[in-house]
Design a protein around this ligand. Sequence first.
Ligand SMILES: Nc1nc2c(ncn2[C@@H]2O[C@H](COP(=O)(O)OP(=O)(O)OP(=O)(O)O)[C@@H](O)[C@H]2O)c(=O)[nH]1
Ligand SMILES: [Mg+2]
Length: 357
Amino acid sequence: VRVSPLYTAARRGSLQCCELLLDKTLRDRKANVNLLNENNENALFAILRFDISDNVSQVEIQKQRNEAMQIVQLLLDENIRIDCINKDKSTPLKLIKSKFGLSKDKSAYYKHIEELIVKAEKQREYHELMIEEGILPDIGKLFVCGHGGVGKTTLKDALQRDWIQAKITSRFKERCPDPGKDDYTPTAGIDVQSIKLPDGTKFSVWDYAGQAEFYVTHTMFLDASTATFIVVYKIADYRMSEEGIKFMKPSEIYEEQKKKVEYWLRFIRSTNAGRKSEDEDKRPHVILVASRADWAKEFPNEAKQVAQTIHDEVQETFKDDLKILDDVFVINCHNSQCSDMERLRKILKERKAAVLK
Ligand SMILES: Nc1nc2c(ncn2[C@@H]2O[C@H](COP(=O)(O)OP(=O)(O)OP(=O)(O)O)[C@@H](O)[C@H]2O)c(=O)[nH]1
Ligand SMILES: [Mg+2]
């Protein structure tokens, strides 16, 4: 029977053996991660077929599961084929699904593995897209960053709506949720989409999930000198406490929001390491957008002031690496026809024209 050492090691759940076989210093003597066994299964199937005995202690079970998950991640990092089809016409993901009927505990374990695989799959799709996008130089690139739930996807949608669409969709898209009512479906990974502003100007928008720094590689910002980054943060917020919802004014969350903005600016800067430019125009251009303007409508001056302060402070901190535009935006991301949204569109268009030149 033809079985590769890696398959056997994974089948037995031996993390140490898998690591040895895939050790980078082995170079071309390293195990081939995609070798198949007689049933056309690669090592990803093998680790899914690794059975942990029920007759050992809980601690031991947990330890073995942890190791198994590390093996899965190791194989994924080595670019193992996720779409491998065995003789029964099954794939690793299908095999996992067949395990969901098991005990609660076991299905949680397989769900975890499924998550790892799906995440890797997304990451790979995204890399492919990146390569395709690389040959579309005529479209301005827009990267929308910011923590989860700040309003990136909402903003991206609103930018595209003209007044007719705004009217048609006003009952749901233009309506903004109250504090505590803003639950939503988070963007998974990165959503790359080609959008058109109402006047027809096109952009390819890279809408990140709040957690997307995990997906980002340095190569994606190779042409950051021509890209535009929008960093979104909240100008007002709320906390859930035992007494209910506690509303937070701009001045109360200023420190926290500034930290978040700085986090993304550092992130943008770090992915551009080594691309420092003396020429200010060649630095990554960043637009700061504060969302949830509607929640701060009782303190419009405070909101403007806090946004301006955050802007001025980070502009100073990052002045050698990033070009943070002078414009300050405090926006309700649902309101596609407000004057700040219109001003944002105008800035984006100018930026694109400048890049094309
Ligand atoms: N009131 C109000 N709600 C907003 C605003 N912007 C976004 N929201 C709400 O906030 C929630 C999250 O918005 P999204 O645009 O999906 O957030 P996101 O930044 O894309 O989140 P991730 O994809 O998880 O990173 C949704 O319920 C939106 O309706 C705003 O300006 N005002
Ligand atoms: Mg989103």
